[in-house]
Design a binder for this molecule. Structure first.
Ligand SMILES: [Zn+2]
Length: 318
Protein backbone atom coordinates (compact mmCIF):
# COMPACT_ATOMS: atom_id res chain seq x y z
CA UNK A 1 0.00 0.00 0.00
CA UNK A 2 1.29 3.46 -0.85
CA UNK A 3 1.16 6.61 1.14
CA UNK A 4 -2.18 7.60 -0.34
CA UNK A 5 -3.77 4.78 1.57
CA UNK A 6 -1.75 5.72 4.61
CA UNK A 7 -3.04 9.26 4.48
CA UNK A 8 -6.67 8.32 4.02
CA UNK A 9 -8.76 9.66 6.86
CA UNK A 10 -8.89 7.27 9.76
CA UNK A 11 -6.17 5.01 8.42
CA UNK A 12 -3.42 7.38 9.30
CA UNK A 13 -0.76 6.35 11.78
CA UNK A 14 -2.21 2.86 11.71
CA UNK A 15 -0.80 1.40 8.50
CA UNK A 16 2.72 1.32 7.11
CA UNK A 17 3.95 4.24 5.04
CA UNK A 18 6.44 2.05 3.18
CA UNK A 19 5.48 -1.21 1.57
CA UNK A 20 8.57 -2.98 0.23
CA UNK A 21 10.49 -3.63 3.41
CA UNK A 22 12.51 -4.32 5.39
CA UNK A 23 15.91 -3.99 3.78
CA UNK A 24 19.26 -2.90 5.20
CA UNK A 25 21.65 -0.76 3.18
CA UNK A 26 25.15 0.36 4.05
CA UNK A 27 25.45 4.11 3.46
CA UNK A 28 28.97 4.70 4.83
CA UNK A 29 31.61 2.58 6.56
CA UNK A 30 29.92 1.36 9.75
CA UNK A 31 26.62 3.09 9.05
CA UNK A 32 23.50 1.39 7.77
CA UNK A 33 19.93 2.32 7.04
CA UNK A 34 17.07 -0.06 7.67
CA UNK A 35 14.45 0.72 5.04
CA UNK A 36 11.82 -0.29 7.50
CA UNK A 37 8.12 -1.01 7.35
CA UNK A 38 7.28 2.42 8.82
CA UNK A 39 10.34 4.50 7.98
CA UNK A 40 14.10 4.73 7.57
CA UNK A 41 16.10 3.78 10.67
CA UNK A 42 19.79 4.70 10.77
CA UNK A 43 21.84 2.00 12.49
CA UNK A 44 25.32 2.72 13.89
CA UNK A 45 27.08 -0.19 15.60
CA UNK A 46 29.40 1.53 18.08
CA UNK A 47 32.06 0.16 20.40
CA UNK A 48 29.83 -0.41 23.41
CA UNK A 49 26.41 -0.80 21.84
CA UNK A 50 24.32 0.17 18.86
CA UNK A 51 22.89 3.63 18.22
CA UNK A 52 19.76 3.98 16.11
CA UNK A 53 17.95 7.04 14.80
CA UNK A 54 14.17 6.59 15.08
CA UNK A 55 12.47 3.36 16.11
CA UNK A 56 9.33 3.11 13.93
CA UNK A 57 6.04 1.81 15.36
CA UNK A 58 5.73 -0.65 18.25
CA UNK A 59 4.91 -3.43 15.78
CA UNK A 60 8.21 -2.87 13.95
CA UNK A 61 10.42 -3.59 16.98
CA UNK A 62 11.29 -7.10 15.83
CA UNK A 63 12.46 -6.00 12.39
CA UNK A 64 14.77 -3.40 13.94
CA UNK A 65 16.22 -5.91 16.39
CA UNK A 66 16.73 -8.41 13.56
CA UNK A 67 18.49 -5.79 11.42
CA UNK A 68 20.71 -4.75 14.33
CA UNK A 69 21.61 -8.38 15.08
CA UNK A 70 23.00 -8.79 11.59
CA UNK A 71 25.35 -5.84 12.13
CA UNK A 72 26.49 -6.17 15.73
CA UNK A 73 26.51 -8.72 18.57
CA UNK A 74 25.71 -5.84 20.95
CA UNK A 75 22.24 -4.54 21.84
CA UNK A 76 20.79 -1.12 21.08
CA UNK A 77 22.22 1.24 23.68
CA UNK A 78 21.03 4.58 22.31
CA UNK A 79 17.89 5.57 20.43
CA UNK A 80 17.41 9.05 19.01
CA UNK A 81 13.84 10.17 18.28
CA UNK A 82 13.80 12.76 15.47
CA UNK A 83 10.32 13.89 16.68
CA UNK A 84 7.30 12.64 18.62
CA UNK A 85 5.17 10.99 15.91
CA UNK A 86 4.31 7.35 16.52
CA UNK A 87 6.22 6.00 13.54
CA UNK A 88 9.41 7.47 15.03
CA UNK A 89 8.94 6.71 18.74
CA UNK A 90 6.97 3.44 18.69
CA UNK A 91 9.85 1.24 19.83
CA UNK A 92 10.78 3.44 22.80
CA UNK A 93 9.17 1.33 25.53
CA UNK A 94 10.76 -1.91 24.33
CA UNK A 95 14.19 -0.42 23.71
CA UNK A 96 14.17 1.30 27.09
CA UNK A 97 13.08 -1.93 28.78
CA UNK A 98 16.04 -3.62 27.08
CA UNK A 99 18.40 -1.04 28.60
CA UNK A 100 18.65 1.67 25.96
CA UNK A 101 18.60 5.41 26.56
CA UNK A 102 16.21 7.32 24.34
CA UNK A 103 17.42 10.80 23.41
CA UNK A 104 15.20 13.57 22.06
CA UNK A 105 14.54 17.27 22.09
CA UNK A 106 12.45 18.11 25.13
CA UNK A 107 9.26 18.88 23.17
CA UNK A 108 9.19 15.25 22.03
CA UNK A 109 8.89 14.21 25.66
CA UNK A 110 6.38 16.94 26.50
CA UNK A 111 4.10 16.01 23.61
CA UNK A 112 4.39 12.23 24.10
CA UNK A 113 3.65 12.63 27.80
CA UNK A 114 0.19 14.06 27.09
CA UNK A 115 -2.68 13.32 24.69
CA UNK A 116 -2.09 14.97 21.33
CA UNK A 117 -4.97 15.90 19.09
CA UNK A 118 -4.03 15.87 15.39
CA UNK A 119 -6.63 17.92 13.48
CA UNK A 120 -5.10 16.84 10.15
CA UNK A 121 -6.41 13.34 10.89
CA UNK A 122 -9.14 14.18 13.38
CA UNK A 123 -7.49 11.82 15.80
CA UNK A 124 -6.18 11.96 19.34
CA UNK A 125 -2.93 10.15 20.04
CA UNK A 126 -3.03 9.05 23.67
CA UNK A 127 -0.17 9.92 26.00
CA UNK A 128 2.63 7.39 26.25
CA UNK A 129 3.39 5.74 29.57
CA UNK A 130 6.43 7.14 31.37
CA UNK A 131 8.46 4.07 30.40
CA UNK A 132 8.07 4.96 26.71
CA UNK A 133 9.20 8.58 27.00
CA UNK A 134 12.64 9.77 25.97
CA UNK A 135 14.89 9.82 29.05
CA UNK A 136 17.85 11.73 27.69
CA UNK A 137 16.78 15.24 26.77
CA UNK A 138 18.24 18.36 25.27
CA UNK A 139 17.03 21.78 24.35
CA UNK A 140 19.03 23.21 21.42
CA UNK A 141 21.36 20.36 20.61
CA UNK A 142 24.12 18.07 21.78
CA UNK A 143 27.11 16.13 20.50
CA UNK A 144 27.78 12.45 21.09
CA UNK A 145 31.41 11.43 20.68
CA UNK A 146 32.35 7.96 19.53
CA UNK A 147 36.01 7.35 18.75
CA UNK A 148 36.83 9.78 15.98
CA UNK A 149 33.17 10.27 15.07
CA UNK A 150 31.09 13.18 16.25
CA UNK A 151 27.34 12.74 16.14
CA UNK A 152 25.78 16.16 16.18
CA UNK A 153 22.12 16.51 17.20
CA UNK A 154 20.66 19.86 16.19
CA UNK A 155 17.22 21.13 17.12
CA UNK A 156 15.27 22.50 14.12
CA UNK A 157 12.53 24.69 15.60
CA UNK A 158 9.01 24.85 14.14
CA UNK A 159 9.76 22.62 11.13
CA UNK A 160 7.79 19.35 10.73
CA UNK A 161 6.82 19.73 14.41
CA UNK A 162 8.22 21.84 17.27
CA UNK A 163 10.56 19.03 18.34
CA UNK A 164 12.58 18.04 15.26
CA UNK A 165 16.19 16.94 15.48
CA UNK A 166 18.66 16.69 12.62
CA UNK A 167 21.25 13.98 13.29
CA UNK A 168 24.61 14.41 11.59
CA UNK A 169 27.50 11.95 11.61
CA UNK A 170 30.22 14.45 10.84
CA UNK A 171 33.05 12.10 9.94
CA UNK A 172 30.92 9.60 8.02
CA UNK A 173 29.17 12.53 6.29
CA UNK A 174 25.67 11.14 6.80
CA UNK A 175 22.66 13.18 7.89
CA UNK A 176 19.27 11.82 9.04
CA UNK A 177 16.64 14.54 8.66
CA UNK A 178 13.61 12.84 10.17
CA UNK A 179 10.38 14.14 8.68
CA UNK A 180 11.87 17.48 7.72
CA UNK A 181 12.62 15.75 4.43
CA UNK A 182 10.02 13.57 2.73
CA UNK A 183 11.46 12.22 -0.50
CA UNK A 184 8.92 11.53 -3.26
CA UNK A 185 6.09 12.26 -0.84
CA UNK A 186 4.29 15.56 -0.27
CA UNK A 187 5.56 16.81 3.08
CA UNK A 188 3.32 16.63 6.09
CA UNK A 189 3.74 19.79 8.16
CA UNK A 190 2.17 19.18 11.55
CA UNK A 191 0.78 22.64 12.29
CA UNK A 192 -0.95 21.46 15.44
CA UNK A 193 2.43 20.31 16.78
CA UNK A 194 4.02 23.66 16.02
CA UNK A 195 5.39 22.87 12.54
CA UNK A 196 5.66 25.45 9.76
CA UNK A 197 6.86 25.59 6.17
CA UNK A 198 9.17 28.46 7.11
CA UNK A 199 10.84 26.24 9.69
CA UNK A 200 11.05 23.37 7.20
CA UNK A 201 12.89 25.60 4.73
CA UNK A 202 15.20 26.97 7.44
CA UNK A 203 16.00 23.40 8.53
CA UNK A 204 16.69 22.31 4.96
CA UNK A 205 18.96 25.35 4.52
CA UNK A 206 20.90 24.42 7.64
CA UNK A 207 21.57 20.99 6.15
CA UNK A 208 22.49 22.36 2.71
CA UNK A 209 25.03 24.60 4.45
CA UNK A 210 26.98 21.66 5.87
CA UNK A 211 26.34 19.06 3.14
CA UNK A 212 28.60 18.47 0.15
CA UNK A 213 28.33 16.33 -2.98
CA UNK A 214 29.33 13.22 -1.01
CA UNK A 215 26.91 13.67 1.88
CA UNK A 216 24.38 10.88 2.32
CA UNK A 217 21.03 12.39 3.23
CA UNK A 218 18.51 10.10 4.86
CA UNK A 219 14.87 11.17 4.80
CA UNK A 220 12.66 9.41 7.33
CA UNK A 221 10.42 8.32 4.46
CA UNK A 222 11.45 7.74 0.85
CA UNK A 223 14.68 6.90 -0.94
CA UNK A 224 18.09 7.76 0.46
CA UNK A 225 19.20 11.02 -1.13
CA UNK A 226 22.01 13.37 -2.06
CA UNK A 227 22.50 17.08 -1.57
CA UNK A 228 21.27 17.64 -5.14
CA UNK A 229 17.98 15.91 -4.27
CA UNK A 230 17.62 18.12 -1.22
CA UNK A 231 18.25 21.22 -3.35
CA UNK A 232 15.28 20.17 -5.53
CA UNK A 233 13.12 19.62 -2.46
CA UNK A 234 14.07 23.08 -1.20
CA UNK A 235 13.11 24.58 -4.57
CA UNK A 236 9.74 22.81 -4.42
CA UNK A 237 9.07 24.18 -0.94
CA UNK A 238 10.09 27.71 -1.94
CA UNK A 239 8.09 27.73 -5.18
CA UNK A 240 4.94 26.45 -3.55
CA UNK A 241 5.37 29.06 -0.81
CA UNK A 242 5.75 31.80 -3.44
CA UNK A 243 2.68 30.62 -5.36
CA UNK A 244 0.55 30.38 -2.22
CA UNK A 245 1.79 33.74 -0.94
CA UNK A 246 0.77 35.41 -4.19
CA UNK A 247 -2.75 33.98 -3.92
CA UNK A 248 -3.04 35.05 -0.29
CA UNK A 249 -2.05 38.58 -1.36
CA UNK A 250 -4.92 38.48 -3.85
CA UNK A 251 -7.27 37.69 -1.01
CA UNK A 252 -7.94 34.05 -1.87
CA UNK A 253 -9.29 31.72 0.81
CA UNK A 254 -7.83 28.36 1.84
CA UNK A 255 -10.39 26.58 -0.33
CA UNK A 256 -9.54 28.72 -3.35
CA UNK A 257 -5.81 28.27 -2.93
CA UNK A 258 -6.08 24.49 -2.51
CA UNK A 259 -8.43 24.26 -5.53
CA UNK A 260 -5.92 26.20 -7.66
CA UNK A 261 -3.38 23.34 -7.17
CA UNK A 262 -0.31 25.56 -6.77
CA UNK A 263 1.94 22.53 -6.21
CA UNK A 264 0.95 20.87 -9.51
CA UNK A 265 4.24 21.70 -11.31
CA UNK A 266 6.03 19.44 -8.79
CA UNK A 267 3.74 16.41 -9.05
CA UNK A 268 6.03 14.12 -11.03
CA UNK A 269 7.19 11.27 -8.82
CA UNK A 270 5.21 12.47 -5.81
CA UNK A 271 2.81 10.46 -3.69
CA UNK A 272 0.59 11.49 -0.87
CA UNK A 273 -1.55 14.37 0.21
CA UNK A 274 -0.85 17.33 -2.07
CA UNK A 275 -3.85 19.32 -0.83
CA UNK A 276 -2.90 18.73 2.79
CA UNK A 277 0.58 20.07 2.09
CA UNK A 278 -0.76 23.16 0.31
CA UNK A 279 -3.19 23.75 3.16
CA UNK A 280 -0.34 23.62 5.69
CA UNK A 281 1.69 26.07 3.59
CA UNK A 282 -1.33 28.38 3.47
CA UNK A 283 -1.79 28.19 7.21
CA UNK A 284 1.94 28.69 7.88
CA UNK A 285 1.92 31.88 5.81
CA UNK A 286 -1.41 33.15 7.07
CA UNK A 287 -0.67 32.53 10.75
CA UNK A 288 3.13 32.58 10.97
CA UNK A 289 3.16 33.02 14.70
CA UNK A 290 0.64 30.29 15.53
CA UNK A 291 2.43 27.95 17.91
CA UNK A 292 0.08 25.07 17.16
CA UNK A 293 -1.48 23.33 20.10
CA UNK A 294 1.16 24.07 22.68
CA UNK A 295 2.88 21.25 24.51
CA UNK A 296 2.17 21.26 28.24
CA UNK A 297 4.26 23.61 30.31
CA UNK A 298 7.08 21.75 32.04
CA UNK A 299 5.51 22.59 35.40
CA UNK A 300 2.01 21.40 34.57
CA UNK A 301 2.04 17.78 35.64
CA UNK A 302 4.07 14.84 36.80
CA UNK A 303 4.71 13.42 33.34
CA UNK A 304 5.90 16.79 32.06
CA UNK A 305 8.09 17.17 35.13
CA UNK A 306 9.62 13.80 34.29
CA UNK A 307 10.44 15.27 30.89
CA UNK A 308 12.31 18.17 32.43
CA UNK A 309 14.23 15.93 34.78
CA UNK A 310 14.90 13.14 32.31
CA UNK A 311 17.58 10.72 33.38
CA UNK A 312 19.95 13.33 32.09
CA UNK A 313 19.65 16.65 30.37
CA UNK A 314 21.99 18.56 28.05
CA UNK A 315 23.20 20.97 29.13
CA UNK A 316 22.82 19.65 32.68
CA UNK A 317 20.24 21.58 34.69
CA UNK A 318 21.00 22.57 38.24
ZN1 LIG B 1 6.37 12.84 11.48
Amino acid sequence: MGIIGWLAAGAVLAAPIQAAAPEVRQVAPGLHVLIGTSGNVLIAPLADGVLIVDDERPTDYAEIVAAVAKLSPLPVRTVINTHWHLDHTGGNAKFRAAGATVIAQINVCLRRSTDQFMPAYNRTIPAAPAAALPNGLFDKGMILREGRERIRLTYAPAAHTDGDTIVRFERANVIHMGDIYFRGIWPFIDRASGGSVQGMIAAVDSVLKVANTKTVIVPAHGEIATRADLVKYRAMLAEVVAAVRERIARGETLEQVVAAKPAAPWRTGMEGNEDGFVGAVFDSLKNPDAPGIAPPAPSSGSAAIACVRGDYFFPPRR
